[in-house]
Write a protein that binds this ligand. Structure first.
Ligand code: PMP
Length: 365
């Protein structure tokens, strides 16, 4: 740290993203990317003509992309916000809708780690609400009408989802605060609350192209809400970086909407693979949550969570391990292709067999 840093940020603990290794080729199941490539339409959209226009700024209003999203999701274009990944939208939302005096913020204690980082970045008073022992949320913890509420649905890294009815209970109980529902993983089996935005002016639904639309590398997120909420976010965007979505990403985002059937088909393949792999893991003795996302959250009674992560890494498979209690025993495993998951299951069986043999040997000694 330099001696020039603004003291507000001196103690800030930044978010730690999942590993993005370049030293070797892993089966990469650690950051919830799609294992499938972008659609043909997206690849064609970023063609030579588009690249040759990189001398020109992109459209800062992103109007065409907004109109396409509005049509696909049956909302008004003025109810859509787009930005550079959904992290950007979360960041703007903390800026726009949280402050310690009137709108402190509340989120589950086990959830997307960035919520806490943004709260600390902006010095907003926050409550990280403990989960039940089975990682479910008690929705009554979020009905106090005393804070902005941020909930990932399905939650990460647990994969557990709330129903639209439960979300509506939270939204309707907090009329004086924004309720942000982060639906990054909703396309893999969750229930969206998107159609509530016409009835509740405090609901903001945040989505991303990073998971279900195979575009984590393009950085594109979108959000739906009341037109006034969207105007607030636009104000923040135009006060920071109006050109925050580059030309190529805009074109890719538009083309992906035209190819929506391809992406939704991929989502159902991923959801099916998740169910199959969870079944097999349970047969091997793992405990898995009932994930509705594109990842599995699992622990084994005889395997240390971190040791499993390390051993798989040595064998060329990357999964995500979190050091924090009470999830240290768990690993989050992104659902890849069937072939990738077969390889994972094979390696896990070998690790378990080896451990069994070692334990028997020790008994013999
Ligand atoms: N929300 C949740 C719950 C996430 O897990 C992630 C991805 N790590 C994001 C938002 C951010 O995704 P992106 O910025 O790639 O859209």
């Amino acid at each position: 740290m330099s001696r020039f840093i603004n003291q507000t940020y001196a103690k800030l603990e930044a978010y730690t993203p999942g590993e993005q290794p370049s030293n070797m080729k892993y089966i990469k199941l650690n950051t919830n990317e799609s294992p499938f490539p972008p659609s043909q339409g997206v690849i064609e959209a970023i063609h030579k003509d588009a690249v040759s226009q990189l001398n020109l700024y992109p459209d800062p209003t992103c109007q065409k992309l907004k109109e396409k999203l509005a049509q696909l999701y049956s909302v008004g274009a003025d109810q859509v916000f787009v930005s550079n990944g959904s992290d950007d939208i979360l960041n703007f939302s903390f800026m726009a809708f949280c402050n310690s005096a009137d709108h402190p913020v509340k989120f589950p204690a086990i959830s997307y780690g960035f919520y806490r980082v943004y709260a600390e970045l902006y010095g907003v008073r926050y409550t990280a609400v403990p989960l039940r022992d089975d990682f479910s949320l008690d929705i009554e913890d979020y009905t106090g009408n005393d804070s902005t509420v941020v909930i990932a649905n399905p939650n990460a890294p647990t994969g557990l989802a709330l129903s639209k009815k439960e979300i509506e209970r939270i939204v309707s109980a907090n009329p004086d605060h924004v309720v942000l529902i982060d639906e990054a993983y909703v396309d893999f089996g969750g229930e969206s609350c998107l159609d509530l935005i016409d009835r509740y002016d405090n609901l903001l639904v945040v989505r991303t192209y990073s998971k279900s639309r195979s575009m984590a590398g393009a950085r594109l997120g979108f959000a739906f809400g009341n037109a006034e909420l969207i105007r607030d976010l636009e104000k923040i965007k135009f006060s920071t970086n109006p050109y925050n979505i580059n030309r190529l990403t805009l074109l890719a985002g538009e083309a992906a909407i035209d190819d929506d059937a391809y992406y939704m088909q991929n989502c159902s393949v991923i959801a099916q693979t998740r169910e199959d792999v969870q079944r097999e893991l349970r047969q091997l003795g793992f405990v898995c949550t009932d994930s509705k996302a594109n990842f599995i959250f699992a622990k084994h009674p005889n395997l240390d969570g971190e040791a499993l992560y390390q051993t798989l890494k040595e064998r060329g498979i990357l999964i995500r391990h979190f050091q924090s209690e009470p999830i240290k025993e768990y690993n989050r495993i992104t659902v890849g292709t069937k072939e990738q998951m077969d390889c994972l299951l094979r390696e896990i069986s070998l690790i378990l067999n080896k451990k069994d043999k070692k334990e028997h040997k020790n008994e013999d000694c």
